[in-house]
Ligand binder design. Structure first.
Ligand code: 4HQ
Length: 252
């Protein structure tokens, strides 16, 4: 898969691409990330990429023409037989969720456009942007962090990137539920706090049942919307419904 990123701040991406477990996702043959500095496509004589908004008001707007030159360069460098969607980031976009990440991970990649300032001239969005995504209801100063969020979510889905091939099939959302709690050593803390006994039992079926019940109870408590969606998708069986009816307490 290939991801092209059009940005005024390509240096914001380098740390993420070279560190951590996700670094392996960006090695040759996996996610091929190409950074395109928007400034390189700016209007002469000073490589201008933004200007004041018509109608007045604060801030600046990214200009259509530099964006179109950058996009043309990206398109020329990509395989035209497998056209990738142009994605931009905005609080007005559809909230990024795991199914969208999975859908993008299964395709040829994407062209990510990172806005800055007040935003992007609407004519560029109307003509070229296939999908506007939001990473949540707050205001950021640029699209780079949302693009990094998407890159990270895509990276961990690449085969061989997580230590264990099952890691991302077991985590939150692949089952449509929130993840269960995790515990590690020591078995008892200095203040006496222990670990749920089921996890120490060595009984794999009992451990799996406990974890599933915890996921169900946590999802019911914190995200009833996700529980309803999982139910509607047929992801909950009779044992799950029975566990929910018992409503086990999540605390020790
Ligand atoms: N933006 N989720 C980029 C966001 C945002 C969000 C505001 C997008 C600023 C320049 N993007 N512009 N929340 O706050 O995706």
């Amino acid at each position: 898969m290939r991801i092209d990123v059009i940005t005024l701040f390509p240096e914001l991406f380098s740390a993420h691409l070279v560190h951590g477990v996700t670094r392996r996702a960006f090695e040759p043959g996996r996610i091929d990330v190409h950074l395109w500095p928007l400034r390189d496509f700016g209007d002469p004589p000073h490589a201008r990429v933004d200007d004041r908004p018509y109608g007045g008001g604060p801030g600046m707007v990214l200009l259509v023409e530099p964006l179109e030159r950058a996009l043309a360069a990206v398109r020329a460098a990509r395989d035209e037989a497998a056209p990738a969607p142009v994605v931009s980031f905005s609080p007005a976009g559809t909230l990024l969720r795991q199914p969208t990440v999975e859908q993008l991970a299964a395709g040829p990649g994407a062209i990510l456009l990172c806005g800055r300032y007040e935003g992007i001239d609407q004519r560029f969005i109307d003509a070229h942007v296939d999908r506007e995504l939001s990473i949540g209801d707050y205001v950021l100063s640029g699209g780079e962090l949302p693009a990094l969020v998407l890159l990270d979510a895509l990276a961990r889905l690449q085969p061989g990137v997580l230590g264990d091939a099952r890691s991302h099939q077991q985590d939150s959302f692949s089952a449509g539920l929130l993840d269960h709690p995790h515990y590690s050593r020591p078995e008892r803390l200095a203040d006496g706090t222990g670990v749920p006994e089921e996890l120490l039992s060595g009984n794999h079926a009992a451990i799996a049942a406990w974890r599933r019940e915890q996921s169900l109870a946590l999802t019911a408590e914190r995200r009833p919307d996700l529980l309803d969606a999982a139910r509607a998708e047929g992801l909950l069986g009779p044992a799950d419904e029975a566990a929910l009816a018992r409503k086990p307490p999540r605390t020790l």
